[in-house]
Design a protein. Sequence first.
Length: 420
Amino acid sequence: MNIFYNLSMRALPGLLRVHGVFNTKSRQAAVGRNHWRRTLRQRLAALPQGSRIVWFHAASLGEFEQGRPVLEALRRRMPEVRILLTFFSPSGYNVRKDYPGADIVTYLPFDTPSAARDFVRMVHPAAAVFIKYEFWGNFLQRIHREHIPLYLISARFDARQAFFKPYGRFMRRLLPLFTLIFTQDGESVSLLRSIGIKRCRAAGDTRFDRVADILKRDNTLPFLETFKDGKKLVVAGSAWEKDEELMEALIAARAGDPGVKYLIAPHDIHPERIRRLCAALPDAVLYSKREGSDLASARVLVLDTVGILTKVYSYADLTLIGGGFTRSGIHNVLEPAVFGRPVLCGPNYADYIEAIGLKGCGGLTVVGDAEEFIEAAGRFLDDPKAFAHSAMASRDFVRNNAGATQKIVEALVEELTDKK
């Protein structure tokens, strides 16, 4: 590996400890890897003797959710296989450290040659599956050197990345180490083949399978049935401040329409943010104070909790997805789309391939300001034909793009079966 890369990896723990004095995540990232060899050895010893391990690695929570359908489908197909799940970031590890779908959940050690060697030899997985954008050079080289099948799933490439630049030789050398790369789209395959990478295949986006599974579960929320009371419901999901302002404008513009209700689920449920929102909407009912409130007669509900938003989407007639007015971009447009309803968002969506596709088929409408939002929302609320067209487009978009998980799992099962 590049000497400067290895030096930076060796320096990283110390730098994180220093930064951790001021930053909780940095401190957790450093402390969480303390004594990892001893901890991993103990966890491995607790598995049944002779266990075959499949190792899944995700950078953080978002990547885990992208790979989760594959992990869970593989577990159903091959229940005898043990699952090791690693994270790089504390935000993923802290949320999923008790995830029941894996036998072991731990941090990925920092990517030094010795850590990669010891980790891979201790685990010696039957296969390793890296999710989306993880390219830790020493680990990839060690896995390849130990003749362990190595897969990259849900990958997406574009010409701006270092792989395709004159200065990207270091990164390009990592790609042939993969046994097979599963991409989200055909364009990524074309880019990879343009630099000589042949072991790649367009499988699609596993997130479509993940959201399709939402339809199979019980999405009932009794409190929301009471609140909706047979009316139309506009939901703002993962709303940032600008998204909330759009909802406030719509609520004011349709003040005389008793047939529509509104639910705002803020991205940030910090008490100060909730107070600001309630000050702008003094008649709103808070979810946390719904007991004793007359939900059926309320017009606006503020969801000051987490964990139930996807179920909320099942009741929406129209959904505004938050983040489209921020630099970080929009949140998940597929979760509301799977229920077959029109979806709207702000203008920052271009980095999200699923949003581009949903907009292209008519399921997603992009708005630039409150005036455009009021006009678009009014069109879907008042024009049954416009509503039906967009709703059907959303439903069909998710349905027609599902299936990536099965393609990937079939390849993994074939590999694992052949190596028994």
